[in-house]
Structure formats: structure tokens, C-alpha cells
Design a protein around this ligand. Sequence first.
Ligand code: Z5A
Length: 208
Amino acid sequence: MPQFISLEGSEGAGKSSAMKVIAAELSQWQVPFIETREPGGESNAEQIRELLLHSAHLEAKTELLLMFAARNEHVVKVIRPALKAGQWVVSDRFVDASYAYQGYGRGLQWQSIENLEQWVVGETQPNLTLMLDVDPEIGLKRAAKRSQKDRIEKEAIEFFENIRCGYLQRAESNPRRIKVIDANRSITSVKEQVIKQLSYFKQSLLNP
Ligand code: Z5A
């Protein structure tokens, strides 16, 4: 059965490096897979991403609705067809990010996010989510080494602290699916933790 894996974490958690580790592992396992991302992962969704990351200002509700508009294009045109065709899907962010950023970060109503999730995502839920947990002070320092900041990255540290709480809360409520990786540690340690969690996941598929 093809599996859906998502990767989550706040600013500078090291998702890009973790994506490479996951891709290398899946290649070794010889499973067909696609790598994708949110917001984006599909041509219309990528255009919505531009709006989301580079508009001068967006109302919080608009931000949430655009995340789900992009997600609908992504789920219908990319994720579901790939899974149906027998490919695994690895997505850099998915619906947990909306709970963390728009729910905890922007303070939008939980119920609205749940309604949108039911409507847009439905049963197309990740089987495994690796959540890279990093102290925002560390994550923001790492991210500062990169080029220009986008609209969301310009938020204050308190915003990212709330997001971290949101992610940890999600992990606590979904312990079977969401595995927390300590991303405060070195790149090598993060890599080892990711490989370990993937190996547990593989075992759970072989011995359900
Ligand atoms: N968003 C949302 O609000 N709601 C939603 O529903 C969704 C998304 C789906 C775009 O996401 C934005 O959309 C994002 C959340 C929001 N906004 N923010 N902020 P994105 O995933 O495309 O963008 P991002 O979060 O800005 O990704 P990122 O900062 O690129 O994260 P990263 O991939 O985790 O960082 P990285 O590039 O891998 O690492 C940053 C640097 O740190 C780099 O130089 C690394 O070499 C270094 N690094 C990484 N790991 C380590 C360790 N362990 N030690 C030392 N240095 C390290």
C-alpha cells in the first residue's frame, strides 16, 4: 500500500535536509515516491503560494482560506492521483501546518480549520508525520543565514513560539502518526533520528 508521509516544523527546523534523508531512504527501499510541498506542489497552488508568501498584507482568514485553496488543488491533482497510482507521497508540510500557523500563530478558530480539513482533505491523511521540533531562537538564527525573508518569516519570535506549542500539542494528540524529532541537535543527529523513525514505520507496515 502506498504511504503518505508529511514533514513539519517551524522556521529553520531543517526540513530541507530531512526531505533529502527521507528521499534517500525511500530510494533504498525501492518504493516509488514523489516529493512535494505546501503551500504549492501543483501549478495553481504554486501561484497561490506566491500570493501567500509575497503579498504585502493578508487578513488571517484570507491566509487560511488560501492555504486550503492551494491544498485542494494539491490533494485533488497531485496527492490522490499519486497514491492511486501506487506512489508514496512525501510532502514538505501539510494540514498540521494550518493548525500550527493559522490556529496557534494567528489565533483563528479551531473549528473553522477542522471544517476546512474535513471538506478538503477528508480521508487523505498522512500515515506518518515527522515533526522537527526546534527552539524558535535557534531556528530563527539558522534561517537568518538565508536570503530575504518572506511575509510569514518576518513575524516576531512570539509568533513562532506559539507555532511550536501548536505543533507539540498536535503531536500529543496524535502520538501514533506524529513523531517528534529533536531538531535542536546537530544535522547528523537529526538525520539519525529521521532514519530511526522511518525504520520503525517500515517495521509497523511489515508487522501491523
Ligand atoms: N504555512 C502556513 O502558514 N500554513 C500552512 O498550512 C502551510 C504553510 C502548509 C512556507 O513554508 C510558509 O508557509 C511557512 C509556513 C507557512 N512559513 N514560515 N515561516 P516553507 O516550508 O516553504 O518555508 P519555511 O518554513 O520557511 O521553510 P524553511 O525555513 O526553509 O525551513 P527548513 O526547511 O526547516 O530550513 P532549512 O532550509 O532546512 O534550514 C535552514 C538553515 O539551517 C540551513 O542553512 C541549514 O543548513 C541549517 N540547518 C538545518 N538543520 C540544522 C541543524 N540541525 N543544525 C544546524 N544547522 C542546521
